[in-house]
Ligand binder design. Structure first.
Ligand SMILES: [Zn+2]
Length: 82
């Protein structure tokens, strides 16, 4: 199983683009479905969706409160939903 962002640097989504399906994109955020079963860099388990945000504040609705992991990068937050 391939893990997203095994190095220390920021994850380049385009390196994994063939296994991720873009569901939604705004200027500062993006939401992806994990088609290929990539593993989450935080816990090592496969995730269902990946949300990325360059916004300072992010609010998630109750429907999105399933187990998730967060990865923090300098200019971005990545949320892996399981
Ligand atoms: Zn995880």
């Amino acid at each position: 199983m391939e893990t997203l962002g095994e190095g220390d640097g920021p994850i380049d989504i385009h390196d994994y683009r063939h296994g991720l399906k873009l569901l939604k994109e705004t200027r500062e955020t993006s939401l992806w479905t994990n088609k290929k079963g990539y593993a989450c860099p935080a816990c090592g388990k496969p995730f269902e969706q990946l949300f990325t945000s360059e916004k300072q504040h992010n609010t998630f609705s109750p429907s999105s409160v399933t187990p998730f992991c967060i990865r923090r990068e300098a200019d971005r937050v990545l949320m892996f939903r399981h």
